[in-house]
Design a protein around this ligand. Structure first.
Ligand SMILES: Cc1cc2nc3c(=O)[nH]c(=O)nc-3n(C[C@H](O)[C@H](O)[C@H](O)COP(=O)(O)OP(=O)(O)OC[C@H]3O[C@@H](n4cnc5c(N)ncnc54)[C@H](O)[C@@H]3O)c2cc1C
Ligand code: SF4
Length: 472
């Protein structure tokens, strides 16, 4: 434990954002890091609890009290080693994780958890700056060949672990760059993409071979690929967007969030737009974002930066309480109102609203909505209309895309339509085929994808070698 009385003496202090009026003028990251000294003070607040609930709150089981102690003792390099022993990409989670660890922190019982995510990010950023993060090629090669399909956080973590175990790893990605939703979904203002490409360089030096523009099951036949490899890991994400099949859905100006967000990321990186996709812009438009989650929030921030005249965010569920009842929820993740940086940039939020119809003359002009009660039944005489030039559907993802790879392999699916595999062996219904990340668990989080990628790598290693030293 760092400072025994730290939590009594030092107030919680977290990273702040650049003012909204400045940050909406660009697409760069806008979180202002804490100084090294302040980060150290924050680490000193950790109580090193007898039962560290943060360990289990964190899906990759980061050893949080241990690295808090190392930061307090100014041993940043050992802190980085410790952090990387459980998390391949802490600079991703240090920027993007919703931090369930902080909800589980004992100091969260009075709303002052240790700023765990910020400390994690600072350790990782410092390690990169100091040159402590270097390729870790294996000492021995096993002669086994593994194909990983999909280069999101699950595929990247899995490929890195397998390459370090000495296997020849080929990572197949249908887009021109690696990263999955890290690169093409999540806006640059939440995480700039050089963080991903630096990791790709590290992995290439560790022996991972990246194959881009390879849409497995569509333009790269999956059966011969399977025959050429000793094992295959499917980490293709859960990309089937949930639709809103109501009257007027066919009008132009109504798009899935995942048609809109990747276009902006491509524009920033200078990558040409996809051939058949019309350019979608929120500039000088009244924008309605349907769906109140992460994806909806990213649409809001992107639309505002593109110069939208107004942005309204509609959520079907009722507004959650501003504060949870700790005695009922702690140390679990509570349901409460969450306001993202994008929400603060000027979106109107409406809860308990159902959209019943879109109308317009070829192009969407209005949404016809009704308020709903907690059972989602329409409230009498509560109908209203909203003006709209652009509607973005951000209501989540139902399951992976079945056409192509999954259909060709005739894989068994779970009742929700995800690829069926358990969280011990990660094996699908087909011999030597494994599944991890959103493709197996459904739409989730980066930290869960990293966990599944790591665990699937251990399962594959054990399958190939009869035993494994890879951590789970
Ligand atoms: C807009 C948005 C914002 C989000 N924000 C956050 C956030 O802030 N924090 C957070 O924790 N989570 C966030 N999430 C969720 C998070 O991004 C996902 O849970 C995570 O990326 C899943 O990782 P994955 O590796 O399983 O899949 P993905 O990241 O979806 O990667 C799958 C990859 O597989 C490729 N692929 C698919 N099929 C094939 C095929 N047949 N052949 C070749 N390649 C294929 C895809 O092109 C893609 O690159 C967000 C999600 C979205 C959509
Ligand atoms: S990965 Fe997420 S849950 Fe784990 S320590 Fe980091 S911020 Fe917390």
């Amino acid at each position: 434990m760092g400072k025994v009385t730290g939590f009594l003496e030092i107030e919680r202090q977290d990273r702040r954002y650049a003012p909204a009026s400045d940050r909406i003028r660009h697409f760069r990251e806008f979180v202002i890091p804490l100084s090294e000294e302040t980060t150290r003070d924050q680490a000193a607040r950790c109580m090193n609890c007898g039962i560290p609930y943060c360990h289990t709150g964190c899906p990759v089981n980061n050893q949080i009290p241990d690295w808090n102690d190392l930061v307090y003792r100014r041993d940043w390099q050992a802190a980085s080693l410790n952090l990387h022993s459980t998390n391949n990409f802490p600079e991703f989670t240090g920027r993007l994780c919703p931090a369930p660890c902080e909800a589980s922190c004992t100091l969260n019982l009075d709303d002052n958890p240790v700023t765990i995510k910020t400390i994690e990010c600072t350790i990782a950023d410092r390690a990169w700056k100091e040159g402590w993060i270097v390729p870790e090629p294996p000492a021995h090669r096993t002669g086994k060949k593994v194909a990983v399909i999909g280069s999101g956080p699950a595929g990247l973590a899995c490929a890195q672990q397998l390459a370090r175990a000495g296997h020849e790893v080929h990572l197949f990605e249908r887009w021109a760059k690696a990263g999955g939703l890290l690169t093409y979904g999540i806006p640059d203002f939440k995480m700039e993409k050089h963080h991903v490409f630096r990791r790709v360089e590290q992995m290439e030096a560790e022996g991972v071979v990246f194959h881009y523009g390879a849409h497995v099951g569509v333009d790269v036949p999956v059966e011969p690929l399977l025959a050429e490899h000793d094992a295959m890991v499917l980490a293709g994400g859960a990309e089937q967007s949930r639709d809103l099949p109501i009257p007027g859905r066919e009008l132009s100006g109504i798009h899935f969030a995942m048609d809109f967000l990747p276009q902006q990321n491509r524009r920033i990186s200078g990558e040409p737009p996809l051939g058949d996709m019309p350019a979608i812009s929120a500039n000088r438009k009244h924008v309605i974002v349907i769906g109140g989650g992460d994806t909806g929030s990213d649409c809001i921030g992107t639309a505002i930066r593109q110069g939208a005249l107004s942005v309204t965010n509609l959520e079907l569920l009722p507004q959650p309480p501003a504060k949870e009842n700790k005695l009922l929820t702690w140390p679990d993740w509570p349901l409460k109102l969450r306001t993202s940086a994008s929400h603060e940039e000027g979106a109107e939020r409406e809860f308990a609203v159902m959209t019943q119809k879109f109308s317009g003359n070829g192009q969407v002009e209005r949404l016809h909505c009704v308020r709903v009660d907690p059972k989602l039944a329409p409230v009498a005489d509560s109908e209203f209309e909203l003006k709209a030039d652009l509607v973005l559907l951000a209501m989540g993802f139902v399951h992976p895309v079945h056409e192509g790879m999954i259909a060709a392999l005739e894989l068994e699916l779970d009742p929700r339509g995800n690829v069926k595999a358990d969280t011990k062996a990660y094996r699908t219904s087909l011999a030597k085929v494994f599944a991890a990340g959103d493709m197996r668990r459904g739409q989730s989080l980066i930290v869960w994808a990293i966990r599944e990628g790591r665990q699937a790598a251990a399962a594959v290693d054990e399958f190939l070698m009869g035993q494994t030293n890879l951590p789970r």
